[in-house]
Design a protein around this ligand. Structure first.
Ligand code: AP5
Length: 243
């Protein structure tokens, strides 16, 4: 086991508009540090596919590009965060997304994680991935994903080796139901109206760090890793890199 795979990391919150690269980066960081990626979008889509009660409630809302009600999402996140694999840290991808969710998460951390002997205290690292608007549209319309392993591709910037097939398991790649232009517009509007204030909320608390998401995937990962390492250094009482 490497040092990165054995220490406590985060928790990390990734915020950013649809198509910013939250899922792409969350997967890379999860693999590097051996902590789980908790994507509320992925969990909701899984519920839709399995036809659960939650999935049936969320399906049409997601298809319109609107946000699923806070109480449903918060309950779902609470049960996921209570699982044992979150003890060493986790990455929240797509949550919190409203001011109410952010307030709920702070309270959850305070009551369920602050008292928890193995963590002591729990101040999340919040990273916003900033990307140019036109780039977002290109990324979302070009996105393809593997429903078997979850790997994300892009026909423009990250194509699979064989057209429309996953490099890892050969499954046929799919276009997400909400990656249609008319729904993308709604999702971007929901971000501006409801999720941008979440970043402002963390900025006011001095917990927000922005990274340049317009760069190639590897360069964005390098920025995220630097933020995590600087945060860990400060927690350990060592000087940060200052970058
Ligand atoms: P969700 O699944 O969270 O979607 P989203 O926030 O709209 O974000 P995306 O998954 O579209 O984008 P991403 O930032 O992860 O980008 P990705 O890495 O895939 O939510 C879907 C729906 O679920 C919501 O609309 C809502 O209805 C509901 N929902 C979810 N969470 C909720 C919550 N908390 N509350 C209420 N409702 C909720 O990358 C995009 C593309 O770009 C890919 O093709 C990728 O290959 C490419 N790419 C990534 N990085 C780069 C790069 N650096 N350079 C070039 N290409 C890149």
């Amino acid at each position: 086991m490497t040092e990165e795979n054995s220490r406590t990391v985060g928790p990390l919150i990734l915020v950013g508009p649809p198509g910013a690269g939250k899922g792409t980066q969350a997967k890379r960081i999860a693999e590097r540090y051996g902590i789980p990626q908790i994507s509320t979008g992925d969990i909701l889509r899984d519920n839709v596919v399995r036809g659960t009660r939650l999935g049936m409630q969320a399906k049409s809302i997601m298809a319109r590009g609107e946000l699923v009600p806070d109480d449903l999402v918060c309950d779902m996140v609470a049960s996921r965060l209570r699982q044992a694999d979150c003890e060493r840290g986790f990455i929240l991808d797509g949550f919190p997304r409203t001011a109410a969710q952010a307030g709920w998460l702070d309270a959850f951390f305070e009551h369920e994680f602050f008292d928890n002997a193995h963590r002591g205290k729990c101040l999340p690292i919040v990273i916003r991935i900033d990307v140019d608007y036109n780039q977002l549209l290109l990324r979302l319309t070009g996105r393809r994903s593997c429903q078997t392993c979850g790997r994300i591709y892009n026909v423009h910037s990250q194509p699979p080796r064989v057209d429309e097939l996953c490099d890892v398991d050969g499954s046929r790649l799919v276009t997400r139901n909400d990656d249609r232009e008319e729904v993308i517009v709604e999702r971007l509007a929901a971000y501006q109206a409801q999720t941008r204030p979440v970043a402002d909320y963390y900025e006011r608390k001095g917990r927000l760090v922005s990274v340049n998401g317009d760069l190639p995937v590897e360069d964005v990962t390098a920025q995220v890793v630097r933020v995590i390492e600087d945060h860990s250094a400060v927690e350990a009482g060592k000087p940060a890199s200052g970058a």
